[in-house]
Design a protein around this ligand. Structure first.
Ligand code: IDP
Ligand code: MG
Length: 137
């Protein structure tokens, strides 16, 4: 089942020079391809839409500050079961709990700066792709 998902490489990943390493892992999965990609400093309004489900939580204001702190890579990845697949490659939200071999498990230590965002369902993917790539068909 071919799908599309919205992936962000967060400002920590860009600052630390991990873009090539992380994209390499995504590209190495059989049949997956990147169909849109941009290095972009995200706007506050965009992030407010993207993280709307987290408004009111204690981690929300510092999360937005962090996401505004430098450019991110914004991309769409397409391929077989890619929504669940990128979440698996990323690992769980807390990088210390994430298994070695996962992106968060290999490179992260603190929860906020966990390197990557990936849509968590078909519904989220559709919603998020429209936020970041409104022209995408
Ligand atoms: P996810 O990115 O694994 O889907 P969410 O629960 O949707 O995780 O949270 C969105 C992002 O907010 C996380 O990736 C992380 O950067 C940040 N975050 C979530 N929970 C916490 C927390 O308890 N402390 C600090 N930051 C958090
Ligand atoms: Mg999430």
């Amino acid at each position: 089942m071919s799908q599309r998902t919205l992936v962000l490489l967060k400002p920590d990943a860009v600052r630390r020079g991990l873009v090539g390493e992380i994209i390499g892992r995504l590209e190495s999965k059989a049949d997956w391809r990147i169909t849109a990609l941009e290095l972009r400093t995200l706007e506050k309004a965009t992030l407010e839409q993207h993280y709307a489900e987290h408004v009111g939580k204690a981690f929300y204001p510092p999360l937005l500050d962090f996401m505004l702190s430098g450019p991110s890579i914004v991309m769409v990845v397409e391929g077989e079961r890619v929504i669940e697949g990128v979440r698996t490659l990323a690992g769980p939200t807390d990088p210390i709990a994430a298994a070695p071999g996962s992106i968060r498990g290999d490179f992260g230590t603190i929860v906020r700066e966990n390197l990557i965002h990936a849509s968590d369902s078909e519904e989220s993917a559709e919603r998020e792709m429209k936020i970041f790539f409104p022209g995408l068909v």
